[in-house]
Design a protein around this ligand. Structure first.
Ligand code: MRU
Length: 356
């Protein structure tokens, strides 16, 4: 398989071939940046647990991981009787679909894998397994190419010298490579623009502090880390020229679900007349949901809010809310950057036109 050949410094997922089977290796993003370690997976249930526990996270990366999860299950079961193989594969699809609810790329990738299975349904189990692995690998490779294409389009939006705020991590770690929002920044830097990044720390899971800041430091792109409640102050003092974020699901009307806190940033950006850009592949746009209020929002464990790892700072037994995503209404989005081009002020018509 060819997908380990790209040159990005940060590789979140990689496939390791072995005769007759293989394994998926994923950087454990729960431990970055203190520990850089790949964990190895050989089953759908294992990959589903990696997604649920956020070893791998970020919408496109979750989709790629889920696709490999299906392929791993098929390879694992390929010498079983056909009925056992089929049942195991069905169970694999189910456990992966139940891992996280918000990022539509997960369901998009599983649907694509299901279509591949159906297409090869009259072949032997090993042939189906080989076809599923080829499909997962294609999804992996395509994601890198799409991110580079988005990067090229999006880079044109950033003036030389721009100070760009981002929320959460929409970088190489959140994708097969290059990144969506950080991909735009990488491409602008590669085009010779002097870009600096302001990274929101992104409570409670700290994707900004732990992942985005780390990615930028790895690549020597100037980055300044702030806590989430500092963005308004910096905007009011003219220290931010643009905002770019990724997204987990865009509704048909252009509403954007992304990491909790994104909505707050979008409101602030509008208040200060700062452009608010969203970078995402077409696989993140879900025309089947009319508006953002229909997007399922994951609620995660209270322990993410009451403390971090071994440290607990909140009172024992306190009531907690931990919605992991919020919805930014389309009216606050200056443009969506996709692999098919830039969609200014997205709405139902302009988003549907992307799929024609
Ligand atoms: O909970 P996470 O870390 O999976 O959330 C990730 C985000 O919100 C990203 O911004 C989004 O998936 C886009 S990644 C290119």
């Amino acid at each position: 398989m060819s997908n380990t050949s790209h040159s990005d410094a940060v590789v979140a997922l990689r496939w390791r071939d072995s005769p007759g089977y293989g394994r998926l290796e994923m950087v454990d993003q729960t431990r970055l940046p203190a520990v850089f370690e790949y964990l190895s997976y050989d089953s759908a249930a294992g990959v589903a647990e990696g997604i649920r526990s956020m070893v791998v996270r970020g919408a496109p990366a979750i989709g790629v991981a889920a696709a490999y999860g299906v392929a791993l299950e098929a390879l694992r079961q390929q010498s079983q009787a056909r009925a056992v193989f089929d049942a195991a594969l069905d169970a694999g699809f189910t456990v992966l679909a139940e891992s996280r609810p918000t990022a539509v790329n997960l369901f998009w990738a599983l649907e694509r894998m299901r279509r591949c299975q159906t297409h090869h349904i009259n072949e032997s189990a090993p042939e189906i397994a080989a076809a599923l692995l080829a499909e997962a690998s294609a999804i992996h490779d395509e994601d890198i190419a799409i991110n580079r294409q988005m990067g090229e389009y999006g880079a044109a939006l950033l003036p030389d010298g721009a100070r760009v705020l981002t929320h959460c991590n929409a970088g190489a770690l959140a994708t097969a490579g290059h990144g969506t929002a950080l991909g735009v920044i990488r491409s602008a830097v590669a085009a010779g623009k002097r870009i600096s990044v302001i990274a929101d720390e992104t409570r409670p899971f700290l994707q900004g502090a732990r992942l985005t800041a780390w990615e930028m430091v790895q690549e020597k792109i100037p980055v300044t880390l702030i806590t989430d409640n500092m963005a308004g102050h910096l905007m009011a003092h003219g220290e931010i020229d643009a905002v770019i974020v990724g997204t987990d699901r865009v509704a048909a009307n252009g509403d954007v679900a992304n990491k909790i806190g994104t909505y707050m940033v979008a409101v602030l950006a509008a208040r200060h007349a700062i452009p608010f850009y969203v970078a995402c592949p077409l696989s993140t746009i879900d025309l089947s949901v009319a508006s953002g209020d229909q997007i399922p929002i994951e609620e995660r464990a209270a322990s993410e809010v009451t403390g971090f790892r071994e440290t607990q700072w909140a009172a024992e037994g306190v009531k907690v809310r931990n919605p992991s995503f919020d919805v930014t209404p389309a009216e606050l989005v200056s443009a969506i950057i996709t692999e098919k081009g830039i969609v200014p002020s997205p709405n139902a018509d302009s988003l549907r036109a992307l799929f024609d």
